[in-house]
Design a protein around this ligand. Structure first.
Ligand SMILES: Nc1ncnc2c1ncn2[C@@H]1O[C@H](COP(=O)(O)OP(=O)(O)OP(=O)(O)O)[C@@H](O)[C@H]1O
Length: 457
């Protein structure tokens, strides 16, 4: 059976080209020839070869090997990871050794023995494949080490909505199904995406995260699909895109709702065909990824308004995980505060920190518009700024203002929502003091307690 490889023979002598091509075509899928090395720049801009067999001397009677060296350097300049084998006459082995030092993989002497030629080509192909693999790993490593700087711990949560999320993660992680995670900012969408990867059979491979909201439109294609050197002004070297790097592992596309319609179309094509093409390249590269997407935008409404493609939505939402905002699972607030308190106490070397009881109650009543990210920052700041071991509400700077409950009135006539809002506001105003809040609300303390339980405050 023929080995899948694309080989180019560059030699000015016709009988050499023909006999090599005849022999190698029996063993490899594509074998092409070129007599004129000046065609190399044009050819290499359009094609990529697994191996190039390059003659050392192109002028009759010339034996210095100068031409061959010049063309070798040119090839490596055009395609830095090209695999080149030099074809030398018996006399110029020394120059051939120099060529290997310059970057050729090996050399064969004329006249050659077929088995010897075949063995040399086989090991050169192997060597070049592992070089490329090493390069891919290095690129993966770069992406990974920048991701490692981010603090991702375990997912904290005991509430019923979070239990449902955990069950869903466990179920879906075992499969290769595409997952769409929906939720407000800071609800832990990326954390969930990473948990899915960690619990999946792909966990010994990479998790690559791309923030689509942060990529300028002009760089989208290169970032996702990669590029060939020279395909545009800033493309100084060949570069793999995130799809290619993530192959074998999971690809997390964050802020998918921010993609413009033309970019949605490009993404859809890649997802449908399961292959990508680097900018400026001809060949398609197959990619094998588990896709996880996330957004805080209302994708279904966007489909109705024609700002998000329905076919793309159906491709990414095989399983949907909705992350509840923190204000809808208030029982998790004290857990999260304790978690971040001990984390930051350790980081800033402060011992025996705690949160006052009424402060905890106020923090529980606060509406946390920035969700867990806001809570995490608020606790970190409080740990840094507090002068005492017991943290008070004044140590916490909250996004919704010091009275903490979003002083704007709720945009609803639903009486239960209005009542819950009034109770929270009164409680915050009086620093968690039940008697004073009850008085302001015109309720007895017992009636206020009943409402606190009812609204889970
Ligand atoms: N359940 C949780 N337990 C512990 N930490 C959490 C939890 N949820 C979120 N976090 C922390 O909150 C911060 C925000 O989480 P994350 O980045 O996953 O949210 P997101 O929904 O992806 O946000 P955005 O939509 O803004 O990208 C992170 O520091 C994360 O570690």
């Amino acid at each position: 059976m023929k080995q899948n490889a694309k080989i180019l023979i560059v030699d000015d002598e016709e009988d050499i080209r023909l006999s090599m091509q005849l022999f190698l075509s029996q063993h490899f899928t594509t074998v092409q020839t070129e007599a004129n090395p000046f065609q190399l720049p044009r050819i290499l801009r359009n094609e990529e070869y697994d191996l190039i067999l390059l003659d050392m001397n192109f002028k009759k009677g010339e034996t210095s090997g100068k031409d061959g060296m010049m063309w070798l350097e040119k090839i490596l300049e055009l395609q830095e990871d090209a695999g080149v084998i030099m074809i030398t006459a018996y006399a110029d082995v020394k120059t051939a050794v120099n060529a290997v030092k310059t970057g050729a993989l090996d050399f064969v002497e004329k006249p050659w023995r077929n088995e010897r030629l075949l063995a040399t080509i086989h090991s050169a192909l192997k060597l070049n494949a592992s070089r490329k693999e090493v390069k891919k790993l290095e690129q993966q490593q770069q992406v990974l080490s920048s991701a490692l700087d981010q603090p991702f711990g375990d997912i904290i949560g005991n509430s019923e909505p979070m239990q449902r999320v955990f069950t869903l993660i466990e179920k879906v992680a075992k499969t290769d199904a595409n997952v769409l995670i929906l939720g407000e900012n800071g609800t832990g969408k990326e954390l969930v995406a990473r948990a899915i990867h960690r619990q999946s059979p792909r966990n010994d491979n990479v998790f690559i995260s791309v923030d689509l909201g942060a990529i300028p439109e002009s760089l989208f294609e290169s970032e996702l699909f990669g590029h060939k050197k020279g395909s545009f002004t800033d493309a100084r070297e060949d570069r793999a895109g995130r799809f290619e790097i993530a192959s074998g592992g999971s690809l997390f596309l964050d802020e998918i709702g921010n993609l413009s319609l033309p970019l949605q179309a490009k993404l859809l094509t890649a997802l449908q065909s399961r292959q990508i093409r680097r900018i400026g390249a001809n060949e398609f590269i197959p990619v094998d990824i588990r896709l996880v997407c996330a957004t805080n935008m209302p994708l279904y409404e966007m489909v109705n308004e024609n700002s998000f493609r329905q076919d793309l939505l159906y491709r990414i939402n095989t399983v949907e995980i909705k992350l509840p905002p923190l204000r809808e699972r208030r029982e998790d607030i004290p857990l999260l505060i304790d978690h971040f308190l001990s984390m930051f106490a350790k980081k800033y070397q402060k011992k025996d920190l705690s949160v006052k009881r009424d402060t905890m109650q106020q923090l529980r009543a606060y509406h946390w518009p920035g969700n867990i990210r806001e809570l995490r920052h608020a606790v970190e700041r409080a740990v840094i700024l507090s002068e005492s071991e017991s943290l008070e509400i004044s140590d916490f700077i909250l996004r919704g203002g010091p009275d903490g409950n979003g002083s704007a009135e709720p945009d609803t006539y639903n009486l239960a929502d209005l009542e819950a809002w009034a109770v929270r506001k009164a409680l915050t105003k009086h620093g968690g003091n039940i008697s004073k809040a009850a008085e302001e609300l015109g309720l007895t303390r017992a009636a206020l307690y009943r409402r606190l339980a009812k609204y889970d405050l």
